[in-house]
Design a protein around this ligand. Structure first.
Ligand SMILES: [Zn+2]
Ligand SMILES: [Zn+2]
Length: 212
């Protein structure tokens, strides 16, 4: 990964949520915490084997089916499939859920089961290259600006999902001390606000003290 990716001047003003691609990271609001889909569950092997009385989780199909006839009161927010893969849904105040997922499919299952009224995917246009561009920019900005380091979670995600863009970006900045210095120098040269450069160096110090 070239350092230039962290020096993209467009990072500075990059919005989260993005109007086209939605949220790439926290804080993702849940505007409909009380909305639940109808549970029209086809009896499957796993539900048959579940202990009696154990709750059956909502599936993405339950959510999709229910949305055809009964929508939550407030609009659900869009989540970019290029995201942190840490559950960044706000659960109370400014505390996010924090469970980590290795795949978007697992994250989507969790969103449907636990926060069904919160989010929709970007839908059929999920694979648009713009979503990649918008998601990666938002995540790089989040890591660079210290947002990820400072985010508060119910389940502490520590370093986040093992294989993720988030991890990749943190590792990159941690592993390349020299590159980091170069980022700071260049950041000054292209006159990013000084706090931005300062945060880069803070990130470098504090990430190293996190448990691995
Ligand atoms: Zn969650
Ligand atoms: Zn993995």
């Amino acid at each position: 990964m070239p350092i230039s990716e962290f020096l993209d001047p467009q990072l500075r003003g990059h919005p989260n949520p993005h109007p086209l691609s939605g949220y790439a990271h926290a804080p993702i609001p849940n505007r409909n915490p009380d909305w639940k889909p109808d549970l029209i569950q086809v009896v499957s092997e796993s539900t048959l084997n579940a202990p009696e009385g154990s709750p059956v989780p909502f599936t993405t199909q339950n959510v999709t089916d229910t949305l055809q006839c009964r929508r939550p009161r407030y609009p659900m927010v869009k989540v970019n499939r290029i995201n942190s893969r840490v559950c960044d849904i706000v659960v109370h105040r400014q505390i996010m859920c924090g469970i980590c997922f290795e795949t978007m499919a697992e994250y989507r299952n969790h969103l449907s089961a636990v926060h069904p009224g919160a989010t929709i995917s970007t839908g059929d246009d999920d694979a648009l290259p713009e979503h990649w561009k918008n998601g990666t920019r938002a995540l790089r900005k989040w890591v660079l600006s210290g947002g990820w380091r400072k985010a508060d979670y119910d389940s502490e995600p520590f370093r986040g999902p093992v294989h993720s863009l988030l991890g990749e970006y943190c590792d990159f900045l941690e592993a390349h001390a020299q590159a980091r210095q170069q980022i700071i120098r260049l950041a000054v040269r292209i006159s990013l606000p000084s706090t931005f450069g300062l945060l880069v160096s803070k990130l470098a110090d504090q990430k190293q003290s996190l448990p691995s």
